[in-house]
Design a protein around this ligand. Structure first.
Ligand SMILES: [Zn+2]
Length: 177
């Protein structure tokens, strides 16, 4: 951060009184600009046992496969966010969302909450951030180049739970690749 979003003055980095780490502080209006991790929401959308996957049309990881996911917006519930991302990236309407996995990604200051849900119809088409979208079987997904570790971990847990016939809620931390 370079400039104060409150008054436009150049910010400085300092440890505010009573704090224990550096923050961007405005020397003019004294506003402290805290920076905290961002929340990403997404989902595994299943139809007849197949999983909705999106091939990325944007960087990073252009051309690699992922699950619909993206930043939660202000004023949005977690489920609304996951549904919106599924619609934006795959033009698909997902229902019956249940929380499935929560991952911390401290190395990129993010947390991922992944839901599992269903499509009522096999209707989907690539959105702006996807080259293509499709419903795929586990064996095909295992051969795909997956864009992010958090997504491959989510899929691994999903297939493992599905095999056992029981879905649990998972909590994990993703380490840098
Ligand atoms: Zn200021």
């Amino acid at each position: 951060m370079k400039f104060c979003s409150n008054c436009g003055e150049k910010v400085i980095s300092e440890i505010p009184e009573g704090d224990d780490r550096y923050r961007f502080v405005c020397p003019s209006c004294r506003v402290i600009h805290y920076q905290n991790p961002k929340m990403v929401v997404g989902c595994i959308a299943e139809f007849n046992g197949d999983i909705l996957m999106c091939r990325r049309s944007i960087q990073p990881r252009y051309g690699k496969w992922t699950l619909p996911a993206g930043y939660l917006e202000n004023g949005e519930t977690l489920i609304e966010g996951a549904k919106r991302e599924t619609f934006e990236e795959a033009n698909a309407t997902v229902v019956d969302l249940r929380p499935f996995a929560l991952f911390g990604l401290s190395f990129v200051n993010q947390a991922y909450l992944m839901f599992r849900g269903h499509l009522t119809k096999p209707n989907f088409a690539p959105g702006n951030e996807s080259l293509s979208t499709g419903l795929f079987k586990e064996k095909d997904i295992l051969r795909m180049e997956i864009a992010f570790t958090v997504i491959s971990e989510t899929l691994k847990l999903y297939f493992s739970d599905r095999k056992k016939g029981k879905f649990l809620f998972h909590l994990g931390e993703i380490l840098p690749e």
